[in-house]
Design a binder for this molecule. Structure first.
Ligand code: ADP
Length: 165
C-alpha cells in the first residue's frame, strides 16, 4: 500500500488544496493530509478547527486528516509514506518548494516529493488571498468549498473565539 502525505497550513482549506488532495488520492492508496502547526504564519483558525473544516470538505475514503508539529520527514517515516505531495502554483512557489524537497530528500532518501501543478483557475489562489478578500467584504464562494464558506465569513467578521496555538 502506497501512502502519501500532503502537508500544509490549510488556514483555511481552499478549492486549490482540495484539488491537489483529490488528485493525490487518485495516485496513491492512502493520503494523509497533515495540518502542520509549526508554521510561522499567524493563524486565523486553530489547528483543531482547520482539521474540522478539512474533514467537512474531504470526500475520498482513502483520505485522512491528521496534525503534526515536528519534522515532516519523521512523520512520513512513521507512517511509511513513499511521497510528499505538494501543489505548485506560479513560479513563486518553486524556489522554496525545491529547497524543501532537496532538504527532505537529504533527511530521508527514500521519500520522493511529488509536485502536482495547480489548475489554471487556482494558480493565484492561496489561503492568505482568501482571508484578504473576505476581510474586505469580497465574495469568496469561488475560492473555498461551500461547506466552509460561512465559517470563514464569520471569522473574518471578527468572531475570534478560537484558541490560538
Ligand atoms: P497556502 O500557501 O495557501 O497557505 P498551504 O501552506 O496550506 O497553503 O499549502 C499546502 C499545500 O497546498 C502546498 O503544497 C501548496 O503549494 C498547495 N497549494 C496551496 N494552494 C494551492 C492552489 N491554489 N493550487 C494548488 N496547490 C495549492
Amino acid at each position: 500500500m502506497k501512502t502519501a502525505v500532503c502537508p500544509g497550513s490549510f488556514d483555511p482549506v481552499t478549492l486549490g488544496h482540495i484539488d491537489i488532495i483529490e488528485r493525490a488520492a487518485e495516485l496513491f492508496d492512502r493520503v494523509i493530509v497533515i495540518v502542520m502547526s509549526n508554521s510561522a504564519k499567524k493563524a486565523m483558525f486553530s489547528v483543531s478547527e482547520r482539521v474540522e473544516l478539512l474533514n467537512r470538505c474531504i470526500k475520498g475514503k482513502n483520505i485522512e486528516v491528521d496534525t503534526y508539529d515536528g519534522l515532516l520527514v519523521n512523520y512520513a517515516r512513521e507512517k511509511n509514506a513513499v511521497a510528499i505531495v505538494k501543489g505548485l502554483r506560479a513560479v513563486s512557489d518553486f524556489d522554496y518548494e525545491f529547497q524543501q524537497a532537496l532538504t527532505n530528500k537529504s533527511l530521508l532518501p527514500q521519500i520522493e516529493t511529488v509536485f502536482l501543478t495547480a489548475r489554471g483557475k487556482n494558480m493565484f489562489l492561496s489561503s492568505s488571498m482568501v482571508k484578504e478578500v473576505c476581510s474586505l467584504g469580497g465574495d469568496i464562494s469561488q475560492f473555498v468549498p461551500n461547506e466552509i464558506s460561512e465559517d470563514v465569513i464569520k471569522r473574518c467578521k471578527g468572531e475570534k473565539n478560537y484558541d490560538q496555538y
